[in-house]
Design a protein around this ligand. Sequence first.
Ligand code: SAM
Ligand code: DTB
Ligand code: SF4
Length: 364
Amino acid sequence: MSEMKHNWTKEDVLAIYNRPLMDLLFDAATIHREHHDPNTVQVSTLLSIKTGGCPEDCGYCPQAARYHTDIEGNDLMSVQHVKAQALRAKSSGSSRVCMGAAWRNVKDGEEFDQVLEMVRTINKLDMEVCCTLGMITENQAQRLAEAGLYAYNHNLDSSEEYYKEVISTRGYEDRLETIDNVRKTNVTVCSGGIIGMGEKPEDRAGMLVALATLNPQPESVPINALVAVEGTPLEDQTPVSIWDMVRMVATTRIVMPETQVRLSAGRTEMSREGQAMCFFAGANSIFAGDKLLTTPNPDVGEDMEMFKLLGLNPQKPFVKKSQPETVEANDSQYEALGEKPKWTRPEHKIERNEDAKQKAKVLR
Ligand code: SAM
Ligand code: DTB
Ligand code: SF4
């Protein structure tokens, strides 16, 4: 096996992305087979533990309070409810539960303590636990690790340049800092992005460079196709073509050979043939369950039929890394520091975000 390459440039990556499709697919599939079992796909279930009412202005997101979408907001879910959902996910073949909260960043206090209890509870069910809670400090990452967190998801979403066209309430450097905070613990890093937001292939390459030059590279990289939700600034984006998705997956596989590449949002729009091409190109993980966080996803039964048709097997938990131990709240060696980190707030004007916000005001 060759040494992992970390010095990717945008030119390198764009050249890979633009290769003749058959060459690109062949190389990606070859690299995939050198590093992974091509017939095994990791299955994660998403659980929105705190939905809607988010203060951020992410142009793609139906959970941003400032836009008018038909999302019903909820308070933080109870630990019992989360446990019941995790058991359901386990019985339907998922090895991982990914809990998402519509927060800008984690604040120390009762709600975070409740999330830590959710992490302990799911880890004790022998499932991999992932959280995506917005920006976190090193101390918060350590507390999550101690509770038994397996992965933390924090997407870069696009290139640094295009990020500014989508979000104005936080900066790219905040995202990188959170990833760095997670890296200081034994929690694995899950970070990827979205295609179909109006970005150019150069931006897709830029995002992959930002991820592939992290050392170590993220253990998992979700590739989402934008789900264009009515009321969000990106509601009118044309759907990405399957060819773009396949190119993105294949390029991700080539530049990050060891990573689990997750075929994420947007699968309801993809045919089985399209998804099969993505698996061939190196995707080896999916989100299963009829809902992502707030939008639809293929039915579990249909996914299992597809697995059967393609001869794919769900990956068992903890095959890539051993199960973390759970330390109980009373035995914790970390205390809540109550820090108030100065995450950035660029607040530059993004016209389409402003328009969507104005429209929401009229509709309310
Ligand atoms: N609030 C936290 C944050 O932003 O980091 C965690 C939850 S947030 C919903 C997690 C990720 O979901 C985003 O980074 C984005 O990549 C993805 N996402 C959100 N809305 C989406 C959409 N409409 N289509 C595709 N992906 C989406
Ligand atoms: C990721 O990259 N995609 C997931 C997960 N990580 C948190 C979320 C997709 C959300 C799609 C829009 C929704 O359902 O709200
Ligand atoms: Fe909030 Fe996350 Fe949605 Fe942005 S992506 S609006 S931070 S929930």
